[in-house]
Design a protein around this ligand. Structure first.
Ligand SMILES: C[S@@+](CC[C@H](N)C(=O)[O-])C[C@H]1O[C@@H](n2cnc3c(N)ncnc32)[C@H](O)[C@@H]1O
Length: 930
């Protein structure tokens, strides 16, 4: 085609299109010749070639490439062909005498070894017309071939599969020894073209002119070719010939006599294979056209079967049946057969339904199996996770019912009655589980090793051991599926874990202090019954209340055996209270006797009781400022009040470490904090202490004679205060810290000093009393105050570590990519991947091509890569600088006569830029001289 058509359809830009572009062929059709030659190898052994209808020259390029050097290659077309090295081309219509003459003059005495013809009439006319012209072109090219071909030469031509196809083939066979029709892979399947390769030209001395006369060659003859039928009622079931036309089916239009359709045994097949029913035969005229059944509509349908729908086909078949009945070819069908058919259909339906049902059941089963497997995996994972968190140890798996907090398996405190203890000692397995509380159950299992079945069942119902519950559930309610049970289990595990985390958070600080005390201190505090833990103030109160309550065994056992209440779930104070109650009857935990208690109550030199002294002798109090500095404090307070009561002295002791700490820090920070007036500070301190005393008074009233109240160190007091704070307040504080605080080095320094105990809370408060706090601002001018606000700021100390922490935090923030950057990066990555995929596809196409050498493939792929790389380095678009002067001055839109990108600049900027360049150049020059 002379005119280069724009390839708009996506399908047109296939791999051969890309390959042609890559390999520099002018048309993708070049590959057709490549493939034909690969199959028949005619180019390598030819020296003279004529290409009829050669524009734009793809085939000529292939010929020039494949044929021996210095071969004579001539190309002719209606459209001019861009010059090609070693190829002669001219513009001519191949059907004309002039073309023949030009060819003769070009070839001189030479004869051609190969004549190629890839002609296609220019589009525009109806397809049928086009096909005909193409067939004519083929015959014309054959005519030229017979004139210029050597004996034994090759004629390769394109033919469209039409009703003329067989006629053409017949003619070819008369002139050539071997004729083959083939469709090279590069020829699109949707195209009706095929290529006929005629070899060994017979070169008869005289050729019958009828062979080359279109009128004779294309006169109608029935070829008897039958195309593949199509089931018109189930077109979707018909295997479409995606590869193009079926083999042997080269005829596009088929007419059948209507009578033949009537008598045919496979009417449906006929309907799918024939284009038209004619009424030419005698039978058709006699029996069909005259019949009332052959309506106008039926006749219209017979005209073109290819445009009919299902309904039309049905009416044609009905028409056929009626005619057959009319002429006696068929008898009326018995009604029985219809019934049979219905039954069959129903039966089939049933089978389908059963199959469907079975498939659905299988799918459901596999889904459930998947869920089960996933849940199992999740369970295992959770256990591993909990093990890693130290919540359980491997052997605990399955004993988790003890609670994540890890109530010990066996605890003496759990045994309430001496009888039970005896039985345990004896290893008596018949112990009534009532005698043990719920928490004892697991311990029993381990101590005794076996259990009475009755007891076990009771225990199950009481303690709600998870495994047992599961078993019970399975037995009692077999309807409950595994999945439900698993889900419940998972839910429970999650809940327990959440509770555990919550409690852990709550107790964090307090626990640390307690464990330290318990680990180090052999002394567990002292209580009336000697049972144990010192506990907090609130615990004491609860303990008192508990003592006041009537000893009620029933209520006790009730609460113990209540499966709904798990001790772990209760707040710690409640637990402790319970423990007190239980322990009051526990034979294994024995309190101090009267003598020992009296001994503990004896006062020592420091004024503390022996018990209190023992308490404060613990390691953990060693670092705190203690009694040594008490005197100092007392001195300090001497002039405050001579008549301080003993009670107050005790209170002073309570504050001892606190105060001394304050003093220490005061000394340290003496340079930073300047006291305005000692008097004022003393007054403040005094007020504070009085307030504290008042607050402590009611608590003292509650103290039981038997319980010695000891002064609590400041540190513990702080801890208790911290512990006493509600969760809400705590979370509020944390939130505030997260949002606002600790963003300055000063705040960080303070926080670090507090955390590292370099400074106490009281120190901080005291540090607040500076000249800044007491500065009298009355009567000062506002400008002065403003100025003061800006410059007279307390110079808070900062440490290197704190600054480093803030710096690190900012660095981490900077390093974190913002969302938009991350998105842009992801987009870029995606685009790169897409590009790579595209290149890979093209490379695969090149790789798959059989007709090019490995070297060519490698070159093609290398070219692709080079191109991709070149594209990725897109040159920056040039921006034209437009000086805003003259008509451009104040012009907001695009300046006149400027195309593409532009930037408005003022003349000053341009001059300055030039000047900078000039100066830089000069400086460079002077440097070189030096
Ligand atoms: C499919 S193209 C040939 C492509 C060519 N084989 C190639 O590889 O570049 C068909 C060509 O036949 C040419 N053609 C059609 N009728 C013709 C005629 N009567 N005489 C000469 N060329 C004709 C058209 O101009 C068109 O360029």
């Amino acid at each position: 085609m002379g005119k280069i058509q724009k390839k708009t359809g996506k399908g047109r830009l296939d791999k051969y299109y890309h390959m042609a572009k890559e390999q520099g062929y002018r048309a993708r059709s070049a590959f057709k010749l490549v493939q034909l030659n690969k199959k028949y190898n005619f180019l390598e052994r030819s020296k003279v070639l004529i290409d009829l209808c050669a524009a734009p020259g793809g085939w000529l390029q292939v010929a020039a490439k494949m044929m021996p050097v210095s071969s004579l290659i001539v190309g002719v077309d209606l459209a001019p062909i861009k010059p090609l090295p070693n190829v002669i081309t001219f513009v001519e219509d191949i059907t004309t005498e002039k073309c023949r003459a030009t060819l003769r003059s070009t070839l001189k005495t030479w004869k051609a070894d190969v004549v190629l013809h890839d002609g296609a009439p220019n589009v525009g006319a109806a397809w049928v017309q086009d096909a005909f012209t193409q067939s004519e072109l083929v015959l014309q090219s054959l005519k030229l071939a017979t004139e210029f071909l050597n004996k034994g030469g090759w004629f390769v031509t394109k033919v469209f599969r039409s009703k003329d196809y067989n006629n053409l083939m017949w003619v070819f066979q008369q002139l050539f020894k071997k004729v083959e029709a083939t469709k090279p892979p590069s020829s699109r399947n949707v195209s009706a073209e095929i290529f006929v390769v005629c070899r060994d030209f017979l070169a008869p001395k005289k050729i019958d002119p009828k062979f080359l006369d279109p009128k004779h060659v294309f006169s109608d003859i029935d070829t008897g070719m039958v195309s593949q039928p199509m089931d018109v009622f189930h077109p979707e079931k018909h295997k479409r010939q995606r590869e193009g036309y079926e083999d042997g089916n080269y005829i596009l239009h088929k007419t059948m006599d209507a009578w033949e359709f009537i008598t045919h045994q496979e009417p449906v097949t006929v309907l799918g294979s024939v284009n038209k029913f004619s009424f030419d035969s005698e039978e058709s005229k006699e029996k069909l056209l005259k019949s009332v059944e052959t309506t106008e509509e039926i006749r219209a349908c017979c005209e073109d079967l290819k445009v009919l729908g299902k309904k039309d086909f049905k009416s044609l078949l009905k028409w056929r049946l009626n005619i057959r009945l009319q002429v006696g070819l068929d008898k009326k069908p018995e009604p029985k057969s219809t019934a049979q058919e219905t039954v069959e259909v129903t039966a089939l339906d049933d089978i389908e339904a059963v199959e469907e049902h079975a498939a659905a059941a299988a799918a459901e089963e596999s889904r459930l199996e998947r869920i089960r497997r996933r849940q199992k995996n999740e369970r295992v994972q959770k256990n591993v996770q909990r093990m890693q968190l130290g919540m359980i140890i491997p052997t605990d798996i399955g004993l988790e019912q003890d609670g994540p907090d890890g109530q010990s398996l066996f605890s003496l405190t759990n045994i309430k009655k001496a009888g039970s203890l005896k039985m345990v000692r004896k290893g008596d397995t018949d112990v009534d589980p009532e005698e043990f509380n719920a928490e004892m159950d697991m311990g029993e299992d381990i101590v005794t090793g076996e259990q009475d079945t009755k007891a076990i069942s009771k225990r199950k119902s009481k303690s709600m051991v998870r495994e047992d519950i599961d078993a019970q559930f399975v037995n009692e309610n077999e309807m409950e599926s595994d999945e439900e049970h698993d889900a419940a289990l998972m839910e429970e595990l999650d809940e327990m874990y959440a509770q555990y985390k919550e409690r852990q958070l709550e107790r964090d600080a307090k626990m640390r202090a307690k464990t330290k005390r318990e680990d180090k201190g052999e002394w567990k505090g002292f209580k009336k019954d000697g049972s144990g833990d010192e506990g907090s103030e609130s615990e004491d109160e609860e303990y008192e209340k508990a003592l006041q309550q009537p000893d009620d065994d029933t209520s006790d056992s009730d609460s113990d055996s209540d499966p709904g209440i798990d001790d772990d779930d209760l707040p710690e104070t409640k637990n402790t209270k319970k423990m007190f109650k239980k322990n009051s009857k526990n034979p294994l935990l024995v309190g101090l006797d009267d003598k020992e208690q009296a001994e503990l109550r004896q006062k020592t030199e420091s004024g503390l009781t022996k018990g209190a002294k023992m308490f404060f002798d613990q390691d953990m109090f060693k670092n705190l400022v203690g009694a040594d500095e008490e005197d100092e404090d007392e001195d300090e307070d001497e002039d405050e009040d001579e008549d301080e009561s003993e009670e107050e002295e005790e209170e002073e002791e309570e504050d001892a470490d606190d105060e001394s700490n304050d003093d220490d820090n005061e000394d340290e920070n003496q340079n930073d904090i300047e006291m305005d007036s000692d008097e004022e500070i003393r007054q403040l301190n005094k007020n504070r202490k009085t307030l504290k005393r008042k607050a402590a008074e009611p608590a003292e009233g509650d103290v039981d004679d038997d319980i010695e109240m000891v002064p609590v160190s400041r540190e513990f007091e702080d801890d208790e205060l911290w512990d006493g704070e509600s969760d809400e307040e705590e979370s509020k504080k944390r939130k505030q810290i997260n949002e606002y605080s600790l963003i300055t080095a000063e705040a960080m320094t303070l926080a670090q000093s507090l955390v590292n105990k370099k400074i106490t809370k009281t120190d901080l408060i005291d540090q607040g009393f500076t000249k800044h706090a007491f500065a009298d601002k009355d009567g000062l001018p506002s400008w002065f105050l403003e100025d003061e606000k800006l410059h007279n700021i307390p110079n808070l100390p900062i440490t290197k570590e704190a600054v480093q922490v803030i710096k690190d935090r900012m660095k981490a923030l900077d390093a974190r990519p913002i969302k938009k950057i991350a998105e842009a990066k992801a987009r870029k990555k995606y685009k790169a991947a897409q590009k790579l995929l595209k290149i890979q596809k093209k490379a695969d196409a090149i790789n798959d091509t059989e007709d090019i050498s490995e070297k060519q493939k490698a070159i093609g792929i290398a070219k692709l890569m080079a191109k991709a790389n070149a594209k990725s380095k897109k040159p920056k678009k040039e921006v034209k600088l437009v000086v805003a002067k003259g008509s451009n001055k104040g012009n907001k839109g695009r300046p006149k006569g400027v195309k593409g990108r532009y930037k408005m600049v003022d003349s000053r900027m341009k001059k300055e830029l030039r000047a900078t360049k000039r100066i830089a150049k000069k400086a460079k020059g002077s440097n070189r001289k030096k």
